[in-house]
Design a protein around this ligand. Structure first.
Ligand SMILES: O=C(O)CCC(=O)C(=O)O
Length: 374
């Protein structure tokens, strides 16, 4: 296994350079099996122009952040309902300055606009994934996604990606991303407190269980170029996120994120609200809550007219803490614990090897718990 994680199994092709070469049909390795393809858009509309009349909830955190004077109970209930029904919600008045959000997005847009030769200096390997990448997973012959990305560790300090791995251009990319990371991590801590209370746990329960100040944060800047055959492929295949929470800053102009309604229903295209973040719970929340809250599959569609950019901040457990269902929740529901204890280091290896594979990892783990005490 160690060997297959050193190198990509095939030469890496940048999707951006493919798109910019002006090809009119996509290479076979990007063509998804029919069951995985996005639904054909109605005539004359690109996939990204589809608007659904159902949408994930939008939750205003303003009163909560203002210091408890407002209706904290109502906000907690709204978060609980969103987690049960969707596993996703948008937050507004979340405390992160809109200018900082825009600056972070523009810094990464600037990076993807640099020359291919410059971007190649940061080419990543599957050993850590840090840097400029164009695939997730190391399975030879896998069908690939229509997107490039840049991946970095932001926290904890000891795990932070070294300065040489950060883009030198735009000149403010590192500074802006670090400030952005600190602010979004603060927001994650707020959301975790709300989640704890919504589960009937003590406010700091989740934060402590996931490793406290040693929790991790990583950033993936996703870049989805224009695609001449968007109905045959995906920008990012269906997956749930392995960590605790994901906070996504979506493109302000171009839709692309789709969420599986109710965990197994139809794909719903998310319409981002201005200056909002899209938040979703990851597999570790499903494990710790003993499946009261479930991580939900999502994917990204691409389109022929416009490129798209998004920044995903993944808030993760401390890598070496065994995570298992909270005993209080197991007891309250009369057990059993559905998942055995597992560290995040062990858990994320699956994703690093296999790439985006729906909910395969957490489903495989389910049922391996040997006793209610697990
Ligand atoms: O680009 C998006 O909208 C979603 C990105 C995502 O799901 C991810 O980076 O895991």
């Amino acid at each position: 296994m160690a060997d297959c994680m050193q190198e990509w199994p095939e030469p890496v092709v940048r999707v951006q350079s493919l798109a910019e070469s002006g090809l009119s049909s996509i290479p076979r390795r990007y063509i998804k099996p029919p069951s995985d393809r996005p639904m054909a858009p109605p005539a004359a509309a690109s996939a990204a122009e589809l608007v659904s009349d159902v949408s994930i909830p939008v939750i205003d955190l303003g009163e909560l952040l203002a210091g408890g004077g407002g209706d904290v109970v109502a906000i907690t209930e709204a978060v609980a309902a969103a987690c049960r029904e969707w596993g996703f919600f948008q937050v507004v008045n979340h405390g992160v300055r809109p200018e900082l959000m825009r600056a972070a997005r523009e810094a990464w847009r600037g990076f993807f606009r640099r020359s291919l030769a410059e971007k190649q200096r940061y080419a990543n390997s599957p050993r850590t994934y840090e840097g400029y990448g164009s695939r997730l997973g190391v399975q030879k012959g896998a069908v690939l996604d229509w997107g490039d990305y840049f991946f970095l560790h932001l926290a904890p300090e000891a795990a932070k990606s070294p300065a040489m791995l950060w883009p030198a251009n735009p000149g403010d990319c590192k500074e802006v991303s670090e400030e952005y990371g600190r602010e979004v991590v603060r927001l994650c801590e707020v959301v975790m407190r709300v989640l704890s209370v919504s589960l009937g746990l003590e406010e700091e329960h989740l934060h402590r269980a996931f490793g406290g100040a040693a929790c991790g944060a990583t950033l993936r800047a996703n870049y989805y170029p224009r695609c001449p055959q968007p109905d045959l492929t995906l920008g990012l295949s269906a997956h749930s996120d392995p960590g605790v929470l994901t906070v996504l800053l979506a493109d302000e102009h171009v839709r692309g994120l789709q969420v599986r309604r109710g965990g197994s229903g139809e794909w719903v295209t998310v319409q981002p609200v201005r200056d909002a973040f899209i938040v979703n719970v990851g597999d570790q929340v499903q494990i710790l809550s003993n499946s009261i809250y479930k991580s939900v599959e999502h994917r990204v569609i691409v389109n022929a007219k416009e490129e798209r950019i998004s920044l995903a901040l993944f808030y993760n457990p401390k890598v070496d803490v065994p995570i298992s269902p909270a005993p209080e929740l197991v007891a309250a529901a009369d057990g059993p614990a559905l998942y055995p204890p597992m560290t995040f280091d062990e858990y994320r290896l699956f994703v690093r090897k296999k790439g985006a594979m729906g909910k395969a990892q957490i489903e495989a783990l389910k049922g391996q718990a040997s006793s209610p005490e697990n």
